[in-house]
Design a protein around this ligand. Sequence first.
Ligand code: CP3
Length: 354
Amino acid sequence: MTKTLINSILHKPINNTPIWLMRQAGRYLPEYRQLRSKAGSFMDLCTNPELATKVTLQPLHRFNLDAAILFSDILVIPDAMGLGLHFVENEGPKFSKKITTVEDIDNLDISNIINKLSYVFNTIKNVKAELSPNIPLIGFSGSPFTLACYMLEGGSSTDYVTVKKWLFNNPEASHRLLNKISQAVILYLNAQIEAGADVVMLFDSWGGVLSENAYLEFSLPYLQKILDAVKKEHNEVIIPNIVFTKGGGLWLTHMAKTQTNALGLDWTINIANAKKVITSTVGLQGNLDPVVLAVGDKSSIKKEVVRILNAYANANNGNISGHVFNLGHGVLPITNPDHVSYLVDIVHELSAKM
Ligand code: CP3
């Protein structure tokens, strides 16, 4: 059983650089759009293990990807805490209940969270039964800070004014909320691992909107708390974890000290510089600009792949191991699936010759 992705994260010898893509299952795939319209809504897809399994596996039927990622959303945790998640067409996620007072935070109920999210664990079990044994399944959660952004803003935000108002004016209550979310995330990720997830990833999508000071107070300590408590092994097999703070390029040295197995990079940082500032045992995941994949022609995609593969290997004494190729953020819906296929194959082909 050769799981190239896990071997690369753990800096073991590999024949080629592994690749998967954030949002590899999604609207750029016609078969996704078809199943989604049959299901009714995005949440109907997520909460139905049979359909969520199909969607998880859709990109693996098309492309030679080195991992599957559970089809779900980071916002199912606040939903299970009682906030009532729904998605409004072209507007994104919305909660029926918003947190506006300290009492709202204290009333959030995490006692039954694992039962309420049982559909996720059932999806994981179904996917594992169908997935080839050399392809790992990535489980995931949002980071406490990123989940708090949605919970306090009531949905997506462009300026993060409401969440920052809480952080600056009411740090004690903010820490209570972040602690509560962390407890839920720990239970959630450990249950995903018990259900069969081979790797777990924390998406800190909005940590990068903070000042360094605020990041070190409100995001990183909670990532650390989760990393300390998440299972590192299951049935005597190592379960690596990955931490991704979008916009976190300036803080990689701090992030590497969490002892995570790998750090996700967006596209703004040169992967060679990232490699130089982190502990040598930490893997790196990224860092192609998703817009290159969405609007670039094959030659510009290839040029960027060559640049990233070379930058990593040059900074790692010519060795490709320790790198997981990915985008710096999710696949955009306008992306041509043929270009995804091209990207996956060219990463394998070029890295195998290095
Ligand atoms: O990566 C994958 O293929 C696995 C599935 C996955 C989804 N969301 C499916 C999804 C994962 C890992 C996520 C994580 C997620 N969700 C994040 C962290 C990663 C990131 O993108 O920064 C965040 C911030 C969310 C919150 C979220 N979910 C928003 C803001 C939206 C609306 C905007 C959008 O892209 O539509 C979603 C919806 C969502 N999550 C879709 C998918 C496939 C689109 C739903 C649809 O309309 O069909």
